[in-house]
Design a protein around this ligand. Structure first.
Ligand code: ADP
Ligand code: ZN
Ligand code: ZN
Length: 717
């Protein structure tokens, strides 16, 4: 485990375990010369393998299946739908230690609680030991697991000191307890109430709800009240978020609302923490599970509601290895578990919008901002032919100056890290191309160097042109560092903060920034798409989008949709505390239909986008799949794809396009090519893909070539 082989293997049960082995339990089996951990898929009384050749499993690792029945069905479905080997999909349902063949982490945990003596301590005691006093006051609410206290920074020494004084004692925790609401719900407005009523009424059966709520309309409150109902029915709620580390506020709001175990699953947590979360989800102890993409596969004892926040977000799409969309898997899961699923967004994907139009999803709209706050106005600035300073037009600079003068916060959005896109020689035209990719290396000033953002290659900053030795080297294409430098000089009286993956390292970076901004002092922020995620910046009244054209003309078929989402989302960060916000968008193409649409609600632009897709035969129309190939030698890749294409019968109702080079053909010194399969229906796509995969498995190729399958591709074609 995991295994890339697209088939299952037969074994005899381990000695002495006849009848005890159940599907979904793990066994160790001999495999070639190794011993590996495997999952029992099914139990049969016969095998096509000759009895003499059939080996026995060496040990049964679990008495009870580790997979819930529905979870197994989900993983089977995912392997089938995404045409990926089951052996690589099944491990997603297990915790790290379970994947290593170790037993499930026990549910009962050692905890500590106050003794009668400890209960009797006055507030703030013991006074001479503040850390001990803090622990005592923490425990006044009830016993807590030791591991949790340690994670909160209480050391073993602190616990021991209190034990020595008989103020606390060990206890075993099995926290059953009732799930309660800790803080009262906000009084919902009529639109929120209508959505909550519909979601709550649909409990106990499968349905999909598209919650289309403008930024700041109170979608989270709808989630919270729907989850409260789910918990009242004794069911667990699974809440998917694109990125937890970047949105600590959402987690905090769930924790504050419920007096019930709320657990978070994300990439920042260690294996032990993850193992524990897994068990508590599987055994039904965790009430609310908040997690990123892969949490859609977590085992759940009794799920009653699934929520996918920011359903349009690309972070839900796994782009390598086993490629899947967590949003789409969540919908399938809700169907298997017979519960409602809520997809929330201010900027729904074209797919989801289309499904709502077709009546497959129920749509609920929140058209007003909840509480204080009005929606910002969006306006374009035509920069064609203008002289720009670090990418900024005179009009924009003037607006920034005025906003800062009124002591407001300003957010400048530029989706390009580094100082300049590339370094060019003014004399001979040399450019800083990456040796391993079809891409420029980006110029960075802090610290100085050339970086390739595609393969990670770094090199020193040349002082003169490597080709003609000229010293006239110039950077082209403005990046965040350049704009930051310029703005810091121009507005020296105000703090200028750059927010991109170079500066926002560490888990505390985003919470710290939010804290700094909460004070309301004037600040100028310059950042990448990191800033477009669900944060609240209530004191920001001006948002500037430096370069909207980059996405407008991207090769990605979702480029326009993503631009529209981005503009609406960054705009949504502004003006939340009552002062209306303004969003200024710089473009050289003010006549582009999308730019003409800026002052209209998001969804009014969708019919035109949908039409383009239908005409081009692209999703949500029909079904799309890709066979991607990655090879050291360009010809070998193209040859391999031609061979498999030619070895299958010409499909009816589907089209195979290619082999074609990928948009960036060379990356990390590997050539990327692909076959694109466009089919009129899902079943047709599945059939053609199966044929191609069978052909690919039979085709001979060198070990320098690898291939993969991508169903419903998200990336550019
Ligand atoms: P969204 O997730 O749709 O962007 P939020 O749920 O973050 O919006 O809500 C935005 C703000 O409005 C939050 O500060 C929230 O506390 C507040 N809010 C939401 N619903 C209500 C309500 N019914 N009454 C008052 N304030 C509300
Ligand atoms: Zn030169
Ligand atoms: Zn590179």
């Amino acid at each position: 485990m995991p295994s890339p082989l697209r088939r299952a293997f037969d074994y005899l049960p381990p000695e002495g375990c006849h009848g005890a082995a159940k599907p979904g339990a793990r066994v160790t089996v001999p495999f070639g010369k190794r011993s590996v951990t495997a999952v029992i898929l099914s139990i049969r009384s016969e095998s096509p393998v000759a009895p003499a050749k059939l080996k026995a499993a060496t040990a049964l690792l679990d008495e009870q299946p580790l997979y819930t029945e529905k979870q197994r069905a989900l993983l089977d479905w995912a392997a089938d739908y995404y045409q990926h080997p089951l052996g690589e999909v099944l491990p997603l349902g297990l915790s790290p230690r379970e994947r290593r063949g170790q037993p499930e982490r026990a549910l009962t945990e050692t905890g500590i609680r106050l003794t009668a003596r400890g209960q009797g301590l006055p507030d703030g005691a013991p006074h001479r030991a503040p850390k001990q006093a803090a622990l005592v006051s923490r425990l006044k609410l009830g016993p807590l697991p030791v591991t949790e206290l340690k994670a909160e920074g209480f050391s073993s020494a602190v616990i021991k000191a209190l034990k020595d004084h008989a103020l606390v004692e060990d206890c075993e925790l099995t926290t059953e307890g009732a799930w309660q609401t800790r803080s009262p719900p906000l009084p919902a407005n009529p639109e929120q109430q209508a959505a909550i009523d519909k979601i709550v009424a649909s409990a106990g059966a499968f349905s999909v709800h598209l919650l289309y709520g403008v930024t700041g309309s109170g979608k989270t409150e709808v989630y919270l009240q729907s989850v409260a109902d789910c918990l009242n029915r004794g069911r667990q709620a699974l809440v998917l978020l694109p990125e937890i580390a970047l949105t600590p506020q959402t987690l905090a709001r769930f924790e504050a609302r419920f007096e019930a175990p709320v657990i978070a699953l994300h990439s920042g947590m260690g294996d032990a923490e993850r193992d524990r979360a897994w068990t508590s989800a599987r055994r039904g102890r965790a009430a609310v599970i908040l997690g990123t993409r892969s949490s859609v596969f977590v085992p759940l004892l009794s799920p009653g509601l699934i929520i996918v926040d920011e359903e349009h977000d690309a972070a839900y799409v796994q782009q390598d290895g086993f490629r899947y969309s967590a949003r789409d898997v969540a919908i399938k899961r809700a169907q298997l578990e017979q519960c409602p699923v809520v997809l929330g967004s201010a900027t729904p994907s074209l797919e989801s919008w289309h499904n709502a139009e077709l009546g497959r999803f129920q749509r609920h709209s929140l058209t007003q901002r909840a509480g204080a706050g009005t929606l910002p106005t969006l306006r374009q600035i035509d920069i064609s032919g203008l002289e720009l300073s670090a990418g900024l037009s005179p009009e924009l600079l003037h607006k920034i100056e005025a906003a800062l003068g009124r002591r407001h916060q300003v957010l400048v959005f530029l989706n390009r890290r580094g100082f300049a896109n590339a370094l060019l020689c003014h004399d001979c035209g040399w450019s800083s191309d990456c040796a391993d990719c079809d891409a420029h290396m980006t110029l960075h000033k802090t610290p100085p160097g050339l970086h390739c953002h595609h393969c990670g290659r770094r090199s020193a900053l040349p002082r003169q042109c490597p080709r003609c030795q000229s010293r006239r080297l110039v950077g082209t294409g403005v990046g965040t560092q350049q704009t930051e430098t310029f703005l810091a000089e121009r507005f020296a009286d105000f703090p200028v903060i750059r927010v991109d993956s170079d500066t926002m390292t560490g888990r505390q970076a985003m919470p710290d920034l939010i804290e700094q901004l909460a004070g309301g002092e004037p600040v100028l922020m310059i950042g990448t798409q990191m800033l477009s995620k669900g944060h609240h910046f209530p004191h920001v009244t001006l948002v500037a989008v430096v370069d909207a054209d980059a996405l407008l003309f991207s090769p990605d078929f979702r480029g326009e949709e993503r631009l529209l989402q981005l503009l609406t989302q960054v705009g949504g960060r502004a003006g939340r505390d009552g002062t209306p916000g303004e969003v200024l968008i710089q473009t050289r193409h003010p006549d582009h239909p999308l730019m003409q649409h800026l002052d209209q609600p998001y969804h009014t632009a969708l019919p035109a986008l949908l039409n383009h897709r239908i005409q081009a035969g692209l999703p949500p129309h029909g079904a799309l799949g890709v066979i991607r190939c990655d090879s050291q030698d360009r010809q070998e890749g193209l040859g391999f794809l031609s061979q498999i294409r030619n070895s299958i019968a010409a499909p009816r109702g589907a089209q195979i396009i290619g082999p074609l080079s990928a948009a960036m053909a060379r990356r990390k010194n590997r050539y990327r090519s692909q076959l694109v399969i466009s089919a009129g229906s899902r079943s047709m796509l599945a059939k053609v893909m199966t044929d191609l995969i069978t052909a690919a498995e039979a085709a001979r190729h060198s070990h320098r070539l690898s291939w993969s399958v991508d169903i419903d591709p998200y990336e550019s074609l």
